[in-house]
Design a protein around this ligand. Structure first.
Ligand SMILES: NC(=O)c1ccc[n+]([C@@H]2O[C@H](COP(=O)([O-])OP(=O)(O)OC[C@H]3O[C@@H](n4cnc5c(N)ncnc54)[C@H](O)[C@@H]3O)[C@@H](O)[C@H]2O)c1
Length: 284
């Protein structure tokens, strides 16, 4: 038993909305915090649309019932009574450490777990800014959260065994499959996936092959469900670049360095599906 009933999520973007959705579908009471009213409304609409799709596909009985367990708010202090808070804000170390300091002061139960969905920032950096490093862990979901079953559990050197067990048991209660990872940038999956995506971007940038042919090559020749450039668009090119930078910072290996084209696309606001254009264009 995880002893978790009340879940908090910070950030209601791509991942935060997904984590809130699967938690509410798992029967938990969920409070989601966004940075302002407009984003909270957008997050609420994103959640509602996803739940209605799940209802239409027969995956849940009632979108309204699940939505009834979720509140999207803008005041962080509404997380005071939570047993578990999962942070899913922008992949920026300063923003995340500032938030963990605040959460540590706000969340009252000494047993409460503060978790991060970070893809690449060492959990230790977040743990040490709190007064409860034993209760800080990585719980790394995959995108799209309602669809992909893998979750990486990433304890830091200071996380205690009970916190790790409770995090695993929470994840299992959502119908997800946890794997254990060491606290190294990229954990297991991104340490392998990001250099693969960066290689595809370099191949496209060099004019070696078109985006479509690179992606078709991997779909038809290696049975990947989608090609690496389509996957980068799905992850978000800003997030892809941020994860690559964290990996490069940690290991200083060339294969993790973001290629210039990726940097230019992020500067241009071509972030993939979420902005309607990346390596491909999308209907918004
Ligand atoms: N995109 C992916 O495929 C993926 C997969 C696994 C993990 N992650 C990780 O999940 C996290 C979120 O990524 P995302 O893709 O959902 O990003 P996103 O840009 O879609 O969402 C981030 C949200 O956080 C909100 N936010 C920012 N600062 C905030 C604050 N201080 N308080 C409350 N809300 C705040 C933003 O308004 C935005 O809605 C990142 O750490 C990322 O590395 C992403």
């Amino acid at each position: 038993m995880s002893g978790i009933e009340r879940v908090g999520v910070v950030g209601c973007g791509l991942m935060g909305a997904g984590i809130a959705e699967v938690s509410a579908r798992g029967g938990y009471d969920v409070v989601v915090v966004e940075s302002d009213d407009a984003r909270a409304r957008a997050g609420h609409d994103r959640l509602e649309a996803s739940l209605k799709r799940a209802e239409a596909k027969g995956k849940i009985d009632s979108a309204a019932e699940v939505m009834g367990r979720i509140r999207v708010v803008t005041d962080l202090s509404e997380l005071a009574d939570r047993d578990l808070v999962v942070e899913a804000i922008v992949e920026d170390e300063d923003a995340k450490t500032a938030l963990f300091r605040e959460l540590d002061a706000i969340v009252t139960s000494p047993d409460a777990i503060l978790a991060s969905n970070t893809s690449s920032i060492p959990i230790m950096k977040l743990a040490v800014v709190t007064q409860r490093p034993t209760h800080v862990t990585g719980i790394h979901f995959f995108n799209p959260v309602p669809v992909l079953s893998l979750v990486e559990i990433v304890p830091s050197l200071l996380t205690d065994g009970d916190t790790k067990d409770r995090a695993r048991s929470f994840v299992t209660s959502l119908g997800k499959e946890p794997i254990d990872c060491q606290d190294r940038a990229g954990f297991v999956v991104n340490a392998l996936l990001i250099p693969f995506i960066l290689s595809a971007i370099r191949m496209f940038e060099s004019g070696f092959a078109t985006a479509e042919d690179i992606d078709r090559g991997l779909v038809l020749g290696a049975a990947h469900p989608q090609g690496p450039l389509a996957l980068a668009d799905l992850i978000g090119l800003d997030t892809t670049k941020a994860v690559a930078e964290s990996l490069y910072e940690e290991f200083k290996e060339q294969l993790y360095a973001p290629p210039p084209l990726l940097a230019r696309m992020v500067e241009a606001g071509l972030l993939g599906r979420k902005t309607g254009r990346g390596f491909y264009t999308y209907d918004k």
